[in-house]
Write a protein that binds this ligand. Structure first.
Ligand SMILES: NC(=O)c1ccc[n+]([C@@H]2O[C@H](COP(=O)([O-])OP(=O)(O)OC[C@H]3O[C@@H](n4cnc5c(N)ncnc54)[C@H](OP(=O)(O)O)[C@@H]3O)[C@@H](O)[C@H]2O)c1
Length: 165
């Protein structure tokens, strides 16, 4: 079975994804969406994103972390020092998810076939951005538009893009 390499990300309207090693917003509906899509799959992240998780490795998912530091040891996570080592470790997976942050999205971007993008329809302040993936070179496969409510303060959309062949 061949692997589908997907990215999953939430951005603001300017592709902002992070601020001070955390998310710029609190959007419970997106956390639920992320959990639904990634549970049961392998997730791949940078060391900084792993360290931003409040309770360490995410449950019911194979957690892979990239770091150049070969003496790291995170409970319930596999740590690799290069993209080549990660690809070697993925041989028996089906769909795997690149979950960030910016350095890791950039590193894997040439290989990503699908993007699950939550667009938060607002402009936030921050310091870390998703790569400019040029939406016009991808097909928008689905889009679900959601209105702000008492728990989710901003309008947002769940989009899925697939790379044009
Ligand atoms: N909105 C979203 O959907 C979303 C998703 C994820 C993250 N974020 C946000 O993004 C920010 C973090 O992103 P970031 O770009 O600063 O950090 P990151 O990508 O999470 O992690 C960077 C680290 O990954 C390791 N790394 C990078 N390239 C590597 C390579 N080629 N080989 C081996 N290891 C490599 C290095 O670890 P070492 O320094 O240990 O060598 C590097 O410091 C946070 O604000 C976070 O909240 C947002």
């Amino acid at each position: 079975m061949s692997i589908i390499l997907s990215a999953i990300v939430a951005t603001d309207q300017n592709l902002l994804i992070g601020s001070n090693n955390t998310l710029p917003w609190h959007l419970p509906a997106d956390l639920k969406h992320f959990k639904e899509i990634t549970t049961g799959h392998c997730i791949i992240m940078g060391r900084k994103t792993f360290e931003s998780l409040p309770n360490g490795a995410l449950p019911n998912r194979r957690n892979i972390v990239l770091s150049q530091n070969n003496s790291l040891n995170f409970p319930n996570a596999e740590i690799y020092q290069s993209i080549e080592q990660v690809f070697d470790a993925l041989k028996s997976e089906n769909e795997v998810f690149i979950i960030g942050g910016a350095q890791i999205y950039n590193l894997f971007m040439p290989f990503i076939q699908r993007i699950y993008l939550t667009k938060v329809h607002h402009q936030f302040l921050g310091d870390t951005y998703f790569p400019d993936f040029q939406e016009q070179t991808w097909n928008l496969m689905s889009e679900i538009k959601k209105k702000a409510d008492e728990k989710n303060k901003w309008d947002y959309s769940f989009q899925v893009f697939e790379k044009r062949r």
